[in-house]
Design a protein around this ligand. Structure first.
Ligand code: DX5
Ligand code: ZN
Length: 222
């Protein structure tokens, strides 16, 4: 019903394999935050880490490309074993990027920052598999959930229902047991959580609690 996507950004990179294994029973997708130090002010990881994860786990690798020039690297992510690549609508060239990801045989995601109107994504919704609504300003884990994400989720869910789209709605940033219920109630089906999982004393239990909170909210909304 709900997908949980632990974000490795908050994991211990020196023990990444073990960290991923610990949460594997509650991992539907593994969220990989790629930051280029340009689109966002932080620098993280890229295709070599995706390749190492691919050798280590059969988990679905959900790559969130916070990059100004993802087009130059899509092939490297595909070769490394990514399952999906999500690009940001703010960088432009969206139609071309969607086609490029699709041509590589990957699932395609489109991400939208808190300050960007959801209307900018609407023309593309029928062409992507996933809309990623940012509920923090991208760049760092452990920030507070921004409520302006909620109407965007509601609007996207309405369009998907209206047009009969096979579209996942993923939310990323500040997700914990409380905000998980809020976004699942609004219509999100895939929840990214970094610090609330890997920062917890028991990451697996924390992921299960987030799933339960989201599923109860979903059930309450019918
Ligand atoms: C932020 C990243 C997120 C981040 C979420 O730029 O896109 O995926 O890891 O971390 P938390 O869950 O700690 O907000
Ligand atoms: Zn992310």
């Amino acid at each position: 019903m709900v997908r949980i996507a632990p974000s490795i950004l908050s994991a211990d990179f020196a023990a990444l394999g073990e960290e991923v294994d610990r949460v594997r029973p509650q991992t539907d997708w593994l969220h990989v935050d790629v930051m280029d130090g340009h689109f966002v002010p932080n620098l993280t990881i890229g295709p070599p880490v995706v390749a190492a994860l691919r050798r280590h786990t059969d988990a679905y690798l959900d790559c969130h490309l916070m990059m100004t020039n993802p087009g130059d690297h899509l092939k490297a992510f595909a070769t490394a074993g990514a399952n999906s690549c999500t690009v940001h609508v703010e960088i432009g060239g969206t139609g071309e990027l969607i086609r490029a990801v699709r041509d590589l045989g990957l699932h395609v995601g489109l991400a939208v920052n808190p300050e960007t109107p959801i209307a900018e994504c609407e023309p593309w919704l029928a062409q992507v598999d996933l809309l990623l609504v940012m509920s923090v300003h991208p760049g760092f884990g452990g920030q507070h959930f921004l409520r302006e994400a909620v109407p965007k989720i509601v609007r996207t869910a309405e369009i998907a229902r209206r047009d009969g789209l096979d579209l996942s709605i993923e939310v990323d940033g500040g997700i914990d047991v409380d905000t998980a219920a809020v976004v699942a109630g609004a219509g999100a089906d895939t929840l990214v959580a970094g610090s609330a999982i890997f920062g917890a004393a028991e990451p697996l239990t924390a992921a299960a609690a987030i799933r339960r909170a989201a599923e109860s909210a979903l059930a309450a909304h019918g």
